[in-house]
Write a protein that binds this ligand. Structure first.
Ligand code: SF4
Length: 556
């Protein structure tokens, strides 16, 4: 953590990492210079050259792509043409910014466009230019502030917060992490187990089992890491939870810490979530000042990259290495942060814990519908009238969520849905009766993942969307596994040629084989699912692909 935090500090100070600063840092911390250069070149957040006065980052990924980000990018390039030529501005397409509810999303000097930005592309670009040129840039907005009622929040009034933590006996000593006694911990674990709470970040591992496994390890110190590195195109529910329910995240993480006897809780947050980081830091301070925070808790700012959402890549970053996933086993429950037993939980998973422990497993189970149990926070974006997040009963039919979001944008018909964000297989419109539930979505041939429904309207070129998604995975592959590194590039070339009218049936037929190769040989989920969207397109919408072959009649 020390090296990456230092790199953040230096970049903050000078706008980029100067070669002289890297040399000084290497000498001061007695680390080889190549190690610092290796970190600086791996992580997309670090710059090796001075930034221009106006740095415009535009999201190019799935939900923003569906909402015209290529046209928006061109409009921005026109607006800033003279500034770019003079070196005063840079318009840079970037990976998903986690603001798919305000698509096409963009940042000016790291500050996100507010929801009040005009929807019309040209006006939006003009407004960005006006904000970028005014002193202070985009007016700073406070994240959160929405007045929605959350079923998962058991606390009616602010003074009631941290009720579960307050009921536990204080730690014996502030200097030594002690797990709760079996008398205190067992009911907590039993309740979470009975509720069936599973990881909400996409992996779905039972939370109580994970906590128990770490608690049972003989090795110390133990750690809790909160994964707030949500980077899946289409996913932004953790951002909203961090902004509106930070007290539940802090309490859930502290409870995990007490159960396993953690020496420290580290909240790993993506650097693009700066407004949410500030709110979280304030909440941690509030809890500390109120004397209800029994475990040291700190925030680590990610240096960027989708792959860091993978838990072992995240650990590598925390340990000042390039964020490449580890071979597993061993798993983090026994060999996590610094090789010690570590609980890694997603933001939403931890935020659900206080509600379950306050109201009981029975209450949690009743929150589901149609035979499913529990609540889920789902983000819906893409070509939908009102993108946003919804706290739903698991089991709610997909069509009901779509209706709650105002339906397909512009009153169009539905073509396809990616229910779990960019990495999930596309489902055809006929799947709208499918319940939003992990098992049901799997049975339907896709996955709920972290809960990121991306809607595609009839008339949208689905091959272009699938190519956009595969390109995202090509860009974000860490490069550790050769099949993932070269296979995603190969797939992008096949699809780009097809888009350009130079495809062939023989090369399309290679895609399932390539997908299977990646599935069998990639060590992490990115490579394993990278081609799923295009393979699902071949399965459900073969015409969207074959109609682009030279000589084919374009029926799309
Ligand atoms: S599958 Fe891809 S992203 Fe995952 S470790 Fe291998 S190269 Fe990196």
């Amino acid at each position: 953590m020390a090296l990456i935090s230092e790199l953040h500090r230096l970049q903050e100070q000078h706008g980029y990492l100067r070669a002289s600063d890297l040399r000084d840092l290497a000498g001061r911390l007695r680390v080889p210079l190549y190690k610092l250069q290796g970190l600086a070149s791996f992580y997309p957040h670090f710059r090796s050259a001075p930034p221009p006065a106006m740095e415009i980052s535009v999201c190019r990924d799935m939900s923003c792509y569906l909402n015209g980000s290529p046209v928006f990018t061109r409009a921005l390039e026109t607006e800033f043409a003279a500034d770019c030529a003079a070196g005063r501005a840079e318009v840079r397409p970037v990976s998903c910014l986690g603001r798919c509810d305000n698509a096409p999303a963009a940042c000016v000097n790291g500050r996100p466009l507010p929801p009040t930005a005009p929807a019309d592309t040209q006006e939006r670009a003009r407004q960005v230019a006006a904000w970028a040129r005014q002193p202070g840039g985009i007016p700073e907005e406070e994240a959160g502030g929405a007045s929605r009622t959350w079923r998962m929040d058991p606390y009616g009034k602010p003074e009631e917060r941290y009720g579960i933590l307050r009921r536990l006996p204080p730690p014996l000593t502030r200097n030594e992490a002690q797990p709760l006694s079996a008398r205190e911990a067992d009911p907590i674990l039993a309740t979470l187990e009975e509720a069936g709470l599973c990881g909400m970040g996409g992996a779905g591992f039972p939370t109580a089992t994970k906590w128990r496994l770490v608690r049972e390890q003989a090795e110390t110190p133990r750690y809790v890491v909160v994964n707030a590195d949500e980077s899946e195109p289409g996913s932004f529910k953790d951002r909203v939870i961090l902004a509106e329910l930070p007290h539940l995240v802090v309490e859930g993480a502290a409870l995990a810490g007490r159960v396993v006897g953690a020496a420290k809780v580290i909240i790993y947050i993506r650097h693009e979530y700066e407004p949410e980081r500030r709110l979280l830091a304030r909440e941690i301070e509030r809890a500390r000042a109120a004397g209800v925070l029994p475990v040291p808790m700190e925030i680590f700012i990610s240096p960027g990259g989708y792959i860091l959402g993978e838990e072992t890549a995240l650990l590598e970053a925390l340990e000042d290495r390039r964020g490449e996933p580890r071979n597993k086993p061993p798993f983090p429950v026994s060999h996590g942060y610094q090789g010690r037993p570590t609980v890694i939980n997603n933001v939403e998973t931890l935020a659900m814990v206080p509600g379950i422990l306050t109201r009981g497993a029975g209450w949690w189970k009743e929150q589901g519908q149609g035979g499913c149990t529990g609540l889920k926070v789902i983000a819906i974006s893409g070509e939908v009238e009102r993108p946003g997040i919804h706290e739903i009963s698991l089991g709610l039919p997909l069509k009901d969520l779509l209706a709650a979001a105002g339906g397909v944008s512009g009153g169009r018909a539905l073509a396809a849905v990616a229910p779990g964000g960019a990495s999930s297989s596309f489902l055809p419109a006929g799947a709208v009766d499918t319940p939003l539930d992990f098992k049901a979505m799997q049975d339907a041939g896709s996955m709920l993942g972290s809960g990121a429904v991306v809607v595609m309207a009839k008339g949208t070129d689905l091959l272009d969307v699938a190519t956009n998604v595969v390109t995202f995975f090509r860009n974000e592959s860490c490069g550790k596994c050769v099949p993932c590194r070269t296979g995603t590039e190969k797939a992008v070339r096949i699809l780009s040629d097809l888009q350009g009218g130079n495809g062939s049936r023989a090369r399309i037929d290679l895609l399932p084989l390539l997908g299977e190769t990646l599935r069998l040989t990639s060590i992490c989920g990115l490579g394993q699912v990278a081609l799923d969207p295009i393979l699902s397109l071949l399965e459900h919408f073969p015409d969207a692909v074959t109609s682009r072959l030279p000589g084919a009649c374009d029926e799309n």
